[in-house]
Design a protein around this ligand. Structure first.
Ligand code: TYM
Length: 341
């Protein structure tokens, strides 16, 4: 089984990214041939600082390994190191409609927060489709917020296959059963996010323990006092139960049973302890890995080489079926073979 997922290097990573992203990546690398991409080309679609992008790309590599990716098993690479992504995105843009991109809720939400809405932000899902389809992906582990993007990737694949001949495998989205959408601790009706959430309601993976404790202590809970799930009337406590389940691996029913009749205050303290226990070892591994950027770059270079080799046949098939003329070296779209890049 081919597995592919991507994560943006910019924006501090948080408990939601852990739950829908990192945690699933580490689990899915065991199930097949896995590719994990640091999507730097996606990060430039909103206002950003080039120095930050540079720094955070290396930070992201450290975080992917710190949360459990094994470089021997998984291919971890930077999107811009594999030109096929940008090339395929241009080609797929011709089988994507303006209407389907205009309907993307992430585009609408992000566009509302920008003074300058880039064309790149609008065509972002096309690049994401290219990421996935180039690798003949079967499974895409992501959080719930990516559902629409994965559906568009499938629609684009089907349209391309229908028009130019069978070229892409149709990918399936894989969201975790628990914690597919971790909510903001202060405003549990919106998802946890460093860009769209509240700072106090967002638990960053690198927050020190006292900061984490404070964030859970001030987390918004609902009326009543039972530690019991009810997404409609108790979104705050429901979210904390999910977080507890993600942090400890215990079933949500077991969490409810354990805290039955104990009140919110004590429960919030224990959720904070569980999250601290989860993140402590990740933070120390991260610090250790981040202290050796050369080694991270070496691993990323190996990943890029493997990703170039894995994606090239699909790009070549796309170009051939679309009618492009080969260059003198017998290649479509440039004369350089992946090995020589
Ligand atoms: P990104 O970088 O915003 O998020 C990375 C992963 O974290 C998940 N996630 C969450 N899961 C649960 N609760 C939350 N509050 C939460 N917030 C974020 C996301 O679902 C994601 O799995 N467009 C993608 C990156 C991307 C990609 C791809 C993903 C580019 N190309 C190809 C899969 C396949 C994004 O911005 O993720």
């Amino acid at each position: 089984m081919r597995i592919f997922s991507g994560i943006q290097p910019t924006g501090d990573k948080h408990l939601g990214n852990y739950s829908g992203g990192f945690r699933q990546y580490a689990a899915y690398q065991e199930r097949g041939d896995a590719f994990f991409c640091i999507v730097d080309l996606h990060s430039i679609t909103v206002d950003y600082d080039p120095a930050d992008l540079h720094e955070q790309t290396i930070n992201m590599a450290a975080m992917l390994f710190a949360t459990g990716l094994d470089p021997e098993r998984s291919t971890v690479f930077v999107q811009s190191h594999v030109p096929a992504h940008a090339e395929a995105a241009w080609l797929l843009g011709s089988v994507t409609s303006f209407g389907e991109l205009r309907r993307m809720t992430q585009f609408k939400d992000k566009a509302d927060r920008q003074d300058f809405v880039s064309a790149g932000l609008f065509s972002y899902p096309v690049l994401q489709a290219a990421d996935i389809l180039l690798y003949q992906t079967d499974a895409v582990p992501v959080g719930e917020d990516q559902r629409q993007h994965i559906e568009v990737a499938r629609d684009i694949a089907e349209r391309f296959n229908g028009r130019f001949g069978e070229t892409f495998r149709l990918p399936e989205m894989i969201a975790p059963a628990v914690g597919a959408k971790i909510m903001d601790l202060q405003e549990p009706e919106r998802k946890m996010s460093t860009t769209g959430g509240t700072p106090q309601g967002t638990v960053r993976l690198l927050d020190p323990p006292d900061v984490i404790r404070k964030k859970f202590k001030t987390a918004v809970t609902d009326s009543g006092a039972d530690v019991r799930r009810d997404a409609d009337s108790k979104p705050g406590i429901t979210n904390l139960i999910e977080i507890m389940s993600v942090a400890t691996g215990d079933e949500m029913d077991a969490v409810e049973a354990r805290y039955d009749g104990q009140g919110y205050g004590h429960f919030k303290e224990e959720v904070a302890d569980a999250v601290i226990a989860l993140l402590d070892p990740i933070r120390s591994r991260y610090d250790e890995l981040r202290s050796d950027p050369r080694e991270l770059q070496r691993l990323l270079a190996i990943g890029a080489e493997k990703a170039r080799e894995a994606s090239d046949p699909t790009l070549q098939a796309m170009l051939e079926r679309m009618g492009f003329v080969k260059s003198e070296a017998g290649r479509l779209f440039g004369a350089v073979r992946p090995r020589e890049l």
